[in-house]
Design a protein around this ligand. Structure first.
Ligand code: SF4
Length: 173
């Protein structure tokens, strides 16, 4: 096991004491820098920095920055949510490290679908049947993995397949 433990620090944004959300910083007992390219391959980080090794993920609706000796998670509703995410990430890190012989490490950011490319495949009628006011809003959410072709009832089967194919080149968690 690479990562065995950490010390948690919960922070409330100083400039907004009324804010309900908390941030979590976990100080890691072990350096996980060497595991980050494997984690990038398994979880699909949207930003990868080589030196010092850092990956940012958008997972569970949070921004998670993973460094060699530190993990930061923003906008948590409470401490319990942070602890759950941290335990999940610890398992993912250790799994990626354990199976590194079978994983092709990735040393770059994982590309994200482009809003404009998604929009081109939508009917652009702004009918609102997907629950959003415009096709543009739908495209923005689809680029983040929050909507898929199945959520737009106006899509023809042809364009549904095209959108599925396009989004299939990216991974969402
Ligand atoms: S249901 Fe489809 S066509 Fe209608 S607004 Fe949503 S994305 Fe646009």
């Amino acid at each position: 096991m690479l990562l065995r433990g950490y010390t948690k620090e919960f922070i409330r944004p100083e400039c907004r004491p009324e804010a309900q959300s908390v941030h979590l910083v976990a100080h890691l007992d072990q350096d996980i820098g060497a595991a980050l390219p494997y984690l990038n391959a398994t979880l699909g980080g949207f930003q990868y920095i080589k030196d010092p090794p850092t990956i940012s993920f958008k997972l569970h609706g949070k921004l998670i920055a993973t460094h060699g000796r530190k993990i930061c998670v923003n906008a948590l509703k409470d401490q319990a949510e942070g602890e759950k995410i941290l335990e999940w990430l610890k398992k993912e890190i250790n799994d990626a490290w354990e199976h590194r012989a079978d994983i092709e490490p990735i040393f770059e950011s994982t590309p994200k679908p482009k809003v404009i490319d998604i929009l081109r495949l939508l009917p652009k009628t702004n009918c609102g049947e997907c629950g959003l006011a415009t096709c543009m809003l739908f495209a923005v959410q689809a680029s983040e993995g929050g909507k898929g072709p199945e959520n737009c009832p106006q899509l023809s089967s042809d364009y549904r397949a095209k959108l599925e194919n396009y989004l299939g080149h990216f991974r969402f968690d």
